[in-house]
Design a protein around this ligand. Structure first.
Ligand code: KIV
Ligand code: NA
Length: 272
């Protein structure tokens, strides 16, 4: 078994081979992707896809730690990265360090991800200098939904320079890679060509150095809405619906449990 890649290994994949990643929140899903992904992200999307929250804003450190520990138990080959939840890092570099160190210590994650570009560059530098590998996340940053004015494409036209500046700022601050979420394809390609660290696209471009999707989106398990950038590789939500419907019908018809699911009263005689 190869050992899990670290931040330097992920960075070194730029220009060599596309980086494959997905989110995970539970042990069994982590086990499914361990053989296929370079890194697995314990995303704060957990709040929306598993806990029914309306946004990622109310996700807590405790939720991230609980799910991080579950994911860690399912991984042996892929690197684990964990999201810093809203309000756990924005106040100061010191606050960010305390919470990043806690996330890593209590879950075994090898790196943290946080949202922000130019505004978070000092914090990223502070963490990296103190031994915490940081993946940045720019473009559409869902924790800023209330100031971005919705989940719209970021970096169109006049906004492109700001996203480009964010990409350069996180690179110079020492981030080992950067997620580009919901930015125009041409801008994603320009950033990917410009900066020395891998870009991980979600709603960005096939030209990014890697891709990420929310696992519940790509498996068709989260169906409240489907962003344009999501491709459904399976329809497990539909399969679950029909399995539950079949079970309900069989219980009502008393055809479940069947003979093979129940226990006889007598232990059968041993045959010679
Ligand atoms: O929380 C999340 O799932 C993410 C990915 C979409 C990058 O941040
Ligand atoms: Na996230």
């Amino acid at each position: 078994r190869k050992s899990a890649p670290n931040a330097d290994d992920i960075r070194a994949l730029k220009g060599k081979t596309p980086i494959v990643s997905l989110t995970a929140y539970t042990t069994p899903m982590a086990q499914v992707m361990d053989d296929h992904c370079d890194f697995v992200l314990v995303g704060d999307s957990v709040g929306m896809v598993l806990h029914g929250l309306p946004s990622t804003l109310s996700v807590t450190m405790e939720m991230m730690i609980l799910h991080g520990r579950a994911v860690a138990r399912g991984l042996s080959k892929a690197m684990m990265v964990i999201d810093m939840p809203f309000a756990s890092y924005e106040q100061s570099p010191e606050q960010a360090f305390c919470n990043a160190a806690r996330l890593m210590a209590e879950t075994g994650a090898a790196a943290v991800k946080l949202e922000g570009g130019v505004d978070m560059a000092d914090t990223i530098r502070f963490l990296v200098k103190r031994g915490i590998p940081v993946m940045a996340h720019i473009g559409l940053t869902p924790q800023s939904i209330n100031t971005l004015g919705g989940y719209k494409v970021q970096g169109r036209d006049a906004q492109a320079d700001a996203v480009l500046a964010d990409a350069h700022a996180v690179t110079e601050a020492g981030a080992f890679s950067v997620v580009l979420e919901k930015v125009p394809q041409g801008l994603a390609d320009r950033i990917t060509g410009d900066i020395a660290i891998p870009t991980i696209g979600i709603g960005a471009s096939a030209g990014c150095d890697g891709q990420i999707l929310v696992v519940d989106d790509m498996l068709g398990l989260f169906t409240a809405f489907k962003p344009k950038f999501v491709k459904r590789y399976a329809d497990l939500g539909q399969q679950a619906q029909s399995a539950v419907a079949d079970y309900a019908a069989e219980v009502r018809a008393r055809t479940f449990p069947a003979a093979e699911h129940v226990f006889a009263d007598q232990i059968p005689a041993i045959k010679e």
